[in-house]
Design a binder for this molecule. Structure first.
Ligand SMILES: Nc1ncnc2c1ncn2[C@@H]1O[C@H](COP(=O)(O)OP(=O)(O)OP(=O)(O)O)[C@@H](O)[C@H]1O
Length: 498
């Protein structure tokens, strides 16, 4: 491969945060016209690498070259000027401007022209979207677009500004299947246009479907770099985790007379879902699946009292319970691990310890109103060990953890309460494959100890691996139930997409 094919090169990049080495002497080569996956476990250094090459963080050592030239000290603005762009999850579009103005915006900053007329902005946006084969309403305000379209607009903006390398950190997390297809088609076009697209994903299907090459990080070190076609799934998993991870179904059948811990009867909420009746028995893991927008999350939120149902009833241990608020649900023994953990599940500025005990403070307080230190210690140690939260200091703020580790803190917070019923929304989104199996094992163990577990997810292999039964939600109704005997990846996929 000629040297000129390499557009971005990092050599010997090191970064430490306090005592934690996030990257050690990392070497990465990104080639023109390739889709490159950055893979690795949670906390392995992927986001840190992206922050460094996009000028958000300064490395402690190492060099970065773009088209063979040392970029020197990067700032975010300088990186954009050079053609290194990151499509952030918050997407950073200007909400009050139209899509066309947003697409033209960076180009305007870069060319240092003070003003661009609406007409010019529209012309540039139109040319860009047409060239990339993207259909967007260019006159719509950015804030009115669904997240998937905002993402497409942000990519068009990067392209309009002559990006050479485009980074995306887990870009498909909040997208429906169809939207994922649209995004991947666009990535294909960008590759054909000669851009380098670098993305982080924990979904192996995506890695194999779209990437040409992969760089794998483990504990801040590059442990593998090469062509994706030379790898099969088990090999990639082994390179990422350093061990063999099975993704097989592991479910213990329950005695037929096991009683339900949770049941819903005719649960409904206007315009969202209707006539939802199902049960979860003690020791059972039940999956609730459906596409984004099917009503799956609304049902979970109603059970947890966040947005209470307006018809039907909820029973815990056979007794009807009134769930009008989160407080009611918690009192009834229901816990909920939300999908949107960063806004609903965790206090980023607070310590790991505080977050882990936040859901069970009432149980950790002595009669005199003081925290029982030993009980706190026990709760925190159990959570950190059983969930393998990667930290050297539980007094550090959750903000300092990698994304996947932050998610485990939320799970730990609710497990500490030992609820009767645990409802989890997309529990392993953003979690690496080794730890994902770890989390599923925690769910199995808790179920075997008698807890009822309801998992809302569209991760088919995960559902098959852990669930006794899977319920399929479509347009706000439970339309199918896949029982244990019928459970397979194909059956759940058919249910989900059918
Ligand atoms: N601001 C910070 N302060 C302290 N430690 C940090 C900070 N940012 C990252 N780290 C640490 O650096 C390491 C690498 O984190 P990074 O976010 O790069 O991982 P990642 O591979 O992107 O993980 P994930 O898949 O979970 O998103 C982790 O151990 C993390 O705790």
């Amino acid at each position: 491969m000629p040297e000129t094919a390499i557009v971005l090169r990092a050599r010997g990049v090191r970064k430490t945060y306090g005592g934690v080495t996030a990257l050690r002497e990392a070497d990465v080569d990104i080639r023109r016209g390739e889709v490159h996956c950055l893979a690795g476990e949670n906390g392995s250094g992927k986001s840190t690498l992206i922050k460094i090459v996009s000028g958000v963080e300064q490395p402690d050592a190492g060099t970065i070259t773009l088209d063979g030239h040392d970029v020197g000290r990067l700032t975010p603005t300088r990186a954009v000027e050079l053609g290194i762009q990151v499509i952030h999850q918050d997407l950073s579009l200007f909400p009050n401007l139209s899509v066309a103005e947003n697409i033209a915006m960076v180009a305007r900053v870069a060319s240092r022209r003070r003003l661009v007329s609406r007409r010019d902005a529209m012309a540039l946006a139109k040319a860009t979207t047409e060239r990339l084969g993207v259909s967007l309403d260019l006159t719509e305000r950015a804030s009115n677009l669904p997240v998937a379209q905002r993402q497409l607009a942000a990519i068009c903006r990067a392209f309009a500004h002559d990006a050479k390398v485009l980074f995306m950190d887990e870009p498909t997390t909040a997208l429906t299947w169809r939207e994922v297809d649209a995004l991947l088609a666009l990535v294909d076009t960008l590759r054909a246009e000669g851009l380098a697209v670098v993305f982080v994903s924990h979904k192996l299907e995506e890695v194999f479907r779209i990437s040409d090459r992969v760089t794998v990080l483990r504990n801040g070190e590059v442990v593998h770099a090469g062509e994706v076609k030379d790898l099969d799934r088990p090999t990639l998993v082994r390179v990422m985790t350093g061990q063999d991870v099975t993704e097989d179904r592991d479910v213990t059948e329950l005695p037929p007379d096991t009683r339900p811990v949770l049941a819903t009867r005719g649960l409904g909420r206007r315009h969202e879902f209707a006539d939802v009746s199902f049960s979860v028995r003690a020791g059972e893991v039940v999956g609730l699946t459906g596409l984004l927008g099917s009503g799956r999350t609304e049902i979970a939120e109603a059970i947890f009292g966040m947005r209470p149902a307006d018809t039907g009833e909820i029973l815990v241990d056979g007794e009807p319970v009134r769930v009008r608020s989160v407080h009611d649900a918690i009192r009834a023994g229901i816990a909920y691990v939300p999908g949107d953990r960063l806004t609903q599940g965790v206090f980023l500025g607070q310590s790991i310890r505080r977050n882990l005990i936040a859901g069970s403070i009432d149980r950790l307080i002595s009669r005199t109103g003081r925290l029982r230190d030993k009980a706190v210690q026990r709760t925190v140690t159990t959570a950190v060990e059983s969930l393998r939260i990667k930290t050297s200091d539980v007094a550090a703020p959750v903000r300092t953890l990698s994304g996947g580790n932050q998610q485990r803190v939320v799970l730990g917070k609710w497990l500490a309460r030992s609820p009767r019923v645990l409802v989890l929304n997309s529990p392993t989104v953003g979690v690496d494959i080794g730890s994902k199996e770890g989390i599923l094992q925690v769910l199995r163990d808790r179920a075997r100890a008698g807890m009822g577990v309801l998992v809302i997810s569209d991760d088919v292999p995960e559902l098959v691996s852990v669930c006794h039964r899977v319920l399929v939600v479509r347009r706000g109704r439970v339309v199918d139930e896949i029982a244990s005997a019928r459970m397979s990846v194909q059956a759940v996929t058919d249910g989900l997409t059918g």
